[in-house]
Every structure is written in structure tokens, then in C-alpha cells.
Design a protein around this ligand. Structure first.
Ligand SMILES: [Zn+2]
Length: 290
């Protein structure tokens, strides 16, 4: 299994935690988005946030997480669906920024702040849920912590990390969230202290640590483990979906496209271009007449 997420509980079930390795997913996103190092780090962190936020769905679902802080990266979105299928996009994935004074990629500057972190959860048989919290820094990890506390009302510690190599490609990515449930008093300070040491999470992953190793490091024992769940990059766009978008256009727009003898729908996630023939456009104008 390349990328996966694992869940665990500790302290008699009063602490629950999720950890994920998203290295291959973040690398695929960087490749299809042709993302610069700082954009790849932001996209990788947001995709990891989506994987962690989607840890408790029971049936078919879709979860979207978005950050927009008016920074040079623009609106940035990550999405995960049933089966652990992840994709992500940024408005301006090619942007380049100087490293921060501490030598790290300037993700917070790229995303910008103030702004909003928005989460949309859709699950089969349930009403969709949307939560938003103000961005704390645009670094995404801190913003996700604030989201869990403010929007989901669960005290949580979060670490997200993407390591970008000197050759500008993603070397490792992953994240961890630990949540204090009622009855966990007294253990949360201990966990917070261990979290302080976890700032090099992506380096640990690049050196071979697994998500389970990360959880062992921060959780008090004994730990109860749940099954690993696979995570992978996959865009869900298709020609059928592109035709449906075309068919929903107003008639005037369809007619102007017909004058151009055809159209093209480009997926903003994976940049696949779907050619739409004049015959399909013609049929769409007839549908919109009825
Ligand atoms: Zn696509």
C-alpha cells in the first residue's frame, strides 16, 4: 500500500487519532498541477488536511476543503471521495516565492491571511454540511487546528508536513491529528508536549517512519489500532461530466460555441481537455429549447 490513513484510540478510548502518509498523492498533484515547490507544499498540506478530515465517514461521501487568503497562490481546493480518491488544485500553481528566514517554504505567504478555511461534507443519506473558520496564518496546519476547535468543537492537535527535495519534487508528505474526547483530562498536556517535537514530521516520513510510528510517538499506550485505509490520487473528471456541464449552459452561450464549430472543457484539477463536438453542442441547444 503506497499512501494510506490509519486510525487509533488510546487512554481507554478517550483519545482518538488519525495519521496519514500522502507522499505519492502529493507528488501526483504536484505533477499534474505543474506546481512550484511552495505551491506543491500548500497543495500537499491541503490534500493531507482533506484526508484527515474525511476519517470518520461511514458510507459514500465527498469532502472538499478550501483555503482562500488572497495570497499569490489564489483559491486552493482539495477534495476526497469514497475509496480515498484525492485531487487538488490551485488558481496559480506556478508561483514562486523566496524561502522564509528559517529556510522553509513560504506556504502562509502563498495562501495569504486573513481569509477563510471552508469545509464541505457530503455523505449519502445526510444533509450536506458546510463549516468555515477564519485563517490563522495560511500555513494550513494551524488553520485546520482552529477549524476542529471552532467548527467541530473538538480540542485537537494537528501537524501537516510536505518535504520538497532540492530537485523541487515532493519527497514526503503526511499528517496527524490527535483529538481529546471527554475523559482525557490530564493526558492532553502530555500529548501537546510531544507534538511540539513533531515539527519535523515530513522529514521523519522521508526517513521511513510510517503513520503508525508517528502515532506511537505522540500517543500514550496502550494503543488500539484500526485497519489501514488506502489513499490515492485520482481525478474524477470524464467526458460525460464535461458534456453535462455543456448541456447546462444557457442557449445563447451554446449558440456562440456552435458558431466556433465546437468547444473544449478543461478540467482544472488534472488539465485534461475534453473536446465537445458541434453535434453535441447542436443537441444541447435542442435540449435547452424544451
Ligand atoms: Zn480531471
Amino acid at each position: 500500500m503506497l499512501d494510506y490513513r490509519v486510525k487509533a484510540t488510546a487512554a481507554g478510548g478517550s483519545i482518538r487519532a488519525f495519521a496519514t502518509r500522502t507522499t505519492h498523492t502529493a507528488r501526483a498533484i504536484q505533477s499534474v498541477q505543474q506546481a512550484s515547490p511552495v505551491a506543491a507544499a500548500a497543495l500537499g498540506r491541503l490534500a493531507t488536511a482533506a484526508v484527515l478530515l474525511a476519517a470518520d465517514f461511514k458510507t459514500d461521501f465527498r469532502l472538499m476543503v478550501e483555503v482562500d487568503g488572497q495570497g499569490p497562490l489564489g483559491r486552493t481546493v482539495a477534495e476526497i471521495r469514497t475509496g480515498g480518491l484525492v485531487r487538488a488544485r490551485a488558481q496559480h500553481p506556478g508561483i514562486d516565492l523566496p524561502l522564509r528566514a528559517d529556510g522553509k517554504l513560504a506556504v502562509g505567504q502563498a495562501v495569504g491571511c486573513p481569509g477563510v478555511l471552508r469545509v464541505v461534507r457530503e455523505e449519502a443519506g445526510q444533509a450536506p454540511y458546510e463549516g468555515r473558520t477564519p485563517l490563522i496564518s495560511g500555513e494550513i496546519g494551524q488553520d485546520l487546528t482552529a477549524y476542529y476547535v471552532q467548527s467541530e468543537q473538538v480540542p485537537s492537535a494537528v501537524a501537516l508536513g510536505v518535504l520538497v527535495d532540492r530537485d523541487t519534487t515532493v519527497a514526503a508528505a503526511g499528517g496527524i491529528v490527535v483529538q481529546a474526547l471527554p475523559g482525557s483530562d490530564g493526558r492532553t498536556e502530555e500529548i501537546a508536549a510531544r507534538f511540539e517535537q513533531l515539527h519535523n514530521l515530513s522529514l521523519r516520513l522521508s526517513l521511513g517512519d510510517t503513520p503508525e510510528d508517528l502515532l506511537r510517538y505522540v500517543l500514550p499506550g496502550p494503543i488500539h489500532w484500526f485497519e489501514r485505509e488506502p489513499i490515492q490520487y485520482q481525478c474524477q473528471c470524464s467526458l460525460e461530466h464535461s458534456i453535462a456541464i455543456i448541456e447546462s449552459l444557457p442557449k445563447e452561450e451554446l449558440e456562440s460555441l456552435l458558431l466556433e464549430q465546437g468547444a473544449e472543457v478543461v478540467c482544472h484539477y488534472c488539465n485534461t481537455a475534453y473536446p465537445i463536438s458541434a453535434a453535441v453542442l447542436h443537441r444541447a441547444t435542442q435540449i435547452s429549447e424544451h
